[in-house]
Write a protein that binds this ligand. Structure first.
Ligand SMILES: Nc1ncnc2c1ncn2[C@@H]1O[C@H](COP(=O)(O)OP(=O)(O)OP(=O)(O)O)[C@@H](O)[C@H]1O
Ligand SMILES: [Mg+2]
Length: 439
């Protein structure tokens, strides 16, 4: 399974358009008989997801539902599980069933003092007030023997009922993978995410940076991605800062360079730099055992799955691919290449990275695409010239970029590669026409 992420910090440069059509081109390249559904397109734009409406396909659950679901798990269930253990052991002690030195009692007594109550929503839980009261007394209860003072509060907590509610909440907090993926038969690929802007909700905005919630989000993505051969991730303008750890599982970053806009080109050059920096820093921190927060937790899990060597290797082998969009003439490409080379040279990184940055493809400025809010965003198979461009990108991805030139090649070689799009064979052409007329 390989994960390809389409990025570019500026809005409107064609990330979504290219993500959708790359997915379609890959699907076609891999299609064999009835065996489809090998590619998944993910809308990681948590602020303004658009893919579901562009493709007019609506998964029964979106990332918004997922966040609601994970939210319960992270902030209520884990907390309540600890409180449940605490209350049951405290009760056992108060009732004389276990001694003060009981190991488990000592352990929960430690939790009693250390547990963070900030995100617990007392009003949403039946014994919320009692829990609140119990925790308010923490300062008074300095030793295990003083737990006896808590007896009146402990009595008010019905542990059987507590357990029952906890089990119910646990069931509701496990996302069912299938509900989130929508397979679009017409196109032969699946989509995930989208529909409702998650960050519109204040609680989600507040929690989007919480490592625990994000880790669960990444875990979910990881499980969902597994059955697919390729996963294409569309990202929002400005990147996905809150889940930068996702970069560790990406195999290829496709940087979109919108050649019609100088500011956007500078932004994309900066994005290349950001990724280089991120991976370099990550490698160094990893080698020194200095990873922190979400990166650390995420990597720990990846190592458990893949082993250390594999992870190191995958970080080293990350592919950095460029796709030029809205191109009107070759000179624009030459200019953008020059800007990128010069920028990397100033950073003293050109020689190290020139062969690691591959030129994956180019899409011309095209009127067919430029009709907002319509189904033309999936132009693949509708416009032969554009489809060929996407086929070139798909081919590069499938070959792990071995067929395309790198930044180290001269401009002539790069331009000639980008213009060497395969003219479809007559049969191929007819199949495409037939399938577009039936769509
Ligand atoms: N090569 C192209 N030629 C003409 N129009 C294009 C081309 N690529 C994209 N567009 C158009 O540009 C607009 C923005 O494209 P798109 O939504 O893919 O950008 P984006 O980078 O995903 O934007 P955002 O950052 O807002 O998510 C769309 O109307 C799209 O049809
Ligand atoms: Mg977009």
């Amino acid at each position: 399974m390989s994960i390809i992420s389409v990025v570019g910090p500026k809005g409107g440069i064609g990330k979504t358009t290219l993500a959708i059509n790359t997915t379609a081109a890959l699907t076609r390249a891999l299609a064999s008989g009835k065996h489809n559904n090998r590619i998944c397109l993910v809308d990681l734009d948590l602020r303004l997801p658009t893919i579901t409406s562009l493709l007019d396909s609506h998964p029964s659950k979106t990332f918004y539902d997922l966040f609601e679901c994970l939210d319960k798990k992270t902030y209520q269930i884990d907390f309540l599980k600890i409180v449940y253990l605490m209350a049951s052991r405290f009760q056992a002690y108060v009732n004389g069933n276990i001694p003060a030195r009981n190991e488990r009692l000592v352990k929960v007594f430690h939790h009693y003092h250390a547990i963070n109550t900030d995100l617990f929503l007392a009003s949403e839980f039946k014994f919320g007030n009692e829990i609140h009261e119990l925790l308010m007394k923490r300062r008074e209860i300095k030793s295990v023997s003083q737990i006896k003072k808590l007896q009146p509060i402990l009595k008010k907590i019905d542990l059987d009922e507590f357990r029952r509610i906890l089990d119910e909440l646990s069931r509701a907090s496990r996302p069912v993978m299938e509900e989130y993926i929508s397979y679009i038969e017409e196109y032969g690929f699946s989509i995930l995410g989208g529909e409702v802007p998650i960050l519109g909700k204040r609680a989600h905005r507040k929690r989007i940076n919480e490592p625990e919630l994000l880790l669960r989000f990444l875990e979910f993505l990881d499980t969902v991605f597994q059955p697919f051969e390729h996963v294409i991730v569309d990202t929002p303008a400005g990147g996905v800062n809150h889940i930068s750890s996702l970069m560790n599982v990406i195999d290829q970053v496709l940087f979109v360079f919108d050649l019609s806009n100088n500011i956007a080109i500078n932004g994309s050059i900066d994005a290349v730099h950001t990724f280089i920096d991120y991976y370099e820093e990550f490698q160094a921190d990893y080698a020194k055992g200095q990873l922190v927060g979400l990166d650390r937790a995420h990597v720990k899990r990846l190592i458990a799955q893949k082993g250390k060597g594999d992870l190191y290797q995958s970080i080293k082998n990350k592919k950095l691919g460029l796709v030029f969009n809205r191109c009107q003439n070759n000179q624009e490409i030459v200019k953008a290449l020059k800007m990128l080379r010069e920028y990397l040279d100033t950073l003293d990184k050109y020689h190290q990275y020139k062969t690691r940055i591959q030129i994956v493809g180019m899409v011309p400025h095209n009127k067919v695409i430029n009709i907002t809010n319509n189904k033309k965003s999936l132009f693949y198979n509708m416009d032969i010239g554009l489809s060929e461009r996407m086929d070139q990108i798909a081919k590069a991805i499938l070959s792990e970029n071995t067929v395309c030139p790198t930044l180290a090649d001269d401009d002539k070689t790069i331009i000639s590669y980008l213009n060497k799009v395969k003219k479809p064979q007559l049969f191929d052409r007819l199949t495409k026409l037939a399938s577009s007329s039936t769509n």
